[in-house]
Design a binder for this molecule. Structure first.
Ligand code: FDA
Ligand code: NAD
Length: 427
């Protein structure tokens, strides 16, 4: 049993949705493109899962957040794929790939062959078991990567009203979920090994702004330690969390966000892997010329920094997807992928954006008060390489983005601090 397509996208997440739209815009014919995904639903905007999806009132539900609404573009419902002659093979895991023969084998036993393959398998959440802690499968321990995790978390939230939640991890999932839990009137304690939240990006000063606000909302922080074990009741539900520092925290619900691993295993030994991801060139093409990789799973050259990077954010998933499709369908007209890393988050009424690279010395500007600019610049070898801004307007975010792309020279850091946002406006 087998089917043949010109283009196959392996994975049905954010990058797959944006690639599909780009294929139709560049004139794919009926029956040429297939998307095969383990998830039972058409591609959707994954960021909604830790935000709108968890709201107590009118939570976001599909079909409202199918791609590509996150970029204010068309909403690709299952009907859209049908109308565009795109084969959507859902709820189907790909078990193996033979890159030399250009075939995939699905869990249903079907062989699918391709001329061009786009790998868009994203990543999986790291499990506590990988750090030596057992009990992740308890019904009130929640991870958050896909829709089924989000449904599980939403149900656990409903049955934990006025109860206690322990959030493990102080990264994106930890911070966004903690805010959502508070909004659902659940008491939250956050536990993480670092000295402050969002340690991969935030400086202590930036982190303190958010931590102070979270504390005012009742969130407790236990830093510099990790969880060592769970306690269970007779139904195998977690009742408490034990920490390395000796703390014992009663818990009705545990949310775990301790990082991810890219889903590369199907390609190990077949394609070059670098920095944990599938190595691609500036056209998103892997070490096999018929295979491309996009989104969280791809390690690509970031021209601006002259380095290979793997990014775990939605903007790079969207843009790398568009670029790969352009490179496949119009190779002569497609230049190098010239990408400025962009991260953002929203929690409570906060909203921040970051552009570039958080390396080198940091200059903060402004003090956070309603209506005033609060942010930071990162300077490396005398040039601006990263910019952070909380609560900016659309124009202000565009300004810091453009300035960071230009890597202007910074000669006087005190002046930069005084000028603040004004510096980016004059670049
Ligand atoms: P993605 O994970 O979206 O899709 C991968 C797909 O491949 C899945 O459908 C999976 O089932 C499928 N798959 C994997 N292996 C397979 C196999 N063997 N066979 C078949 N299918 C397979 N970023 C940001 O910039 N701002 C934000 O606010 C957020 N918020 C956010 C919230 C939450 C809860 C998460 C989990 C993540 C975010 N992100 C984010 C990160 C962002 O969502 C992420 O970078 C993109 O989803 C990456 O898109 P991909 O398509 O690469 O992977
Ligand atoms: P993360 O990398 O942002 O944070 C991981 C956190 O895990 C670290 O901050 C650390 O505090 C903690 N940690 C590591 N080892 C630990 C241990 N042994 N015990 C306890 N804590 C430990 O990853 P995440 O928060 O799990 O997010 C998963 C993915 O989803 C990431 O790729 C992230 O970019 C993405 N995401 C992005 C956004 C956004 O961009 N706004 C929002 C949600 C999720």
């Amino acid at each position: 049993m087998g089917r043949a397509f010109v283009y196959v996208i392996l994975g049905g997440g954010v990058a797959a949705g944006y690639a599909a739209l780009e294929f139709t815009r560049r004139g794919v014919s009926e029956g040429e493109l297939c998307i095969i995904s383990e998830e039972p639903v058409a591609p959707y905007e994954r960021p909604a899962l830790s935000k709108g999806f968890l709201l107590p009132e009118s939570p976001a539900r599909l079909p409202s957040f199918h791609t590509c609404v996150g970029a204010n573009d068309e909403k690709l419902t299952p009907k859209w794929y049908k109308e565009h002659g795109i084969e959507l093979v859902l709820g189907t895991r790909v078990k193996s790939v033979d890159v030399r023969r250009k075939t995939l084998l699905s869990s249903t036993g079907e062989t699918i062959s391709y001329k061009f393959l786009i790998i868009a398998t994203g990543a999986r959440a790291l499990k506590l078991e990988e750090f030596g802690v057992e009990g992740s499968d308890a019904e009130n321990v929640c991870y958050l990567r896909d829709l089924s995790d989000a449904n599980r978390l939403a149900t656990a939230i409903e049955s934990s009203a006025d109860g206690n939640a322990v959030v493990i991890g102080g990264g994106y999932i930890g911070m966004e979920c903690a805010a959502s839990l508070v909004i659902n009137k659940i008491n939250v304690t956050m536990v993480f090994p670092e000295a402050h939240c969002m340690a991969r990006l935030f400086t202590p000063k930036i982190a303190s702004l958010y931590e102070e606000y979270y504390r005012a909302k009742g969130v407790e922080f236990i830093k510099g330690t990790v969880l060592t074990s769970f306690e269970f009741d007779s139904d195998k539900k977690v009742t408490a969390v034990n920490l390395k520092d000796g703390n014992h925290l009663p818990a009705d619900l545990v949310v775990v966000g301790i990082g991810i691993r890219p889903n590369t295993s199907l390609f190990e030994g077949q394609l070059i892997i670098e920095k944990g991801g599938i190595k691609v060139n500036s056209k998103m093409q892997s070490s096999d010329s018929s295979v491309y990789a996009i989104g969280d799973v791809a390690t690509f050259p970031v021209k601006l920094f002259g380095e290979m990077r793997r990014l775990e954010h939605v903007d790079s998933a969207r843009k790398s997807a568009r670029h790969a499709v352009s490179a496949i369908m119009e190779p002569e007209k497609t230049g190098e992928f010239d990408y400025l890393p962009f991260f953002y988050s929203r929690m409570f009424a906060f909203s921040w954006q970051f552009y570039g690279d958080p390396v080198g010395e940091v200059v903060h500007f402004g003090e956070y008060e309603d209506g005033k600019a609060f942010g930071a610049y990162w300077i490396k070898k005398g040039h601006l390489v990263g910019s952070f801004l909380e609560g900016g307007t659309k124009e202000e975010y565009e300004t810091i983005s453009k300035a960071t792309q230009l890597k202007p020279a910074v000669t006087d850091k005190e002046e930069l601090e005084r000028e603040g946002l004004g510096f980016a406006q004059t670049v």
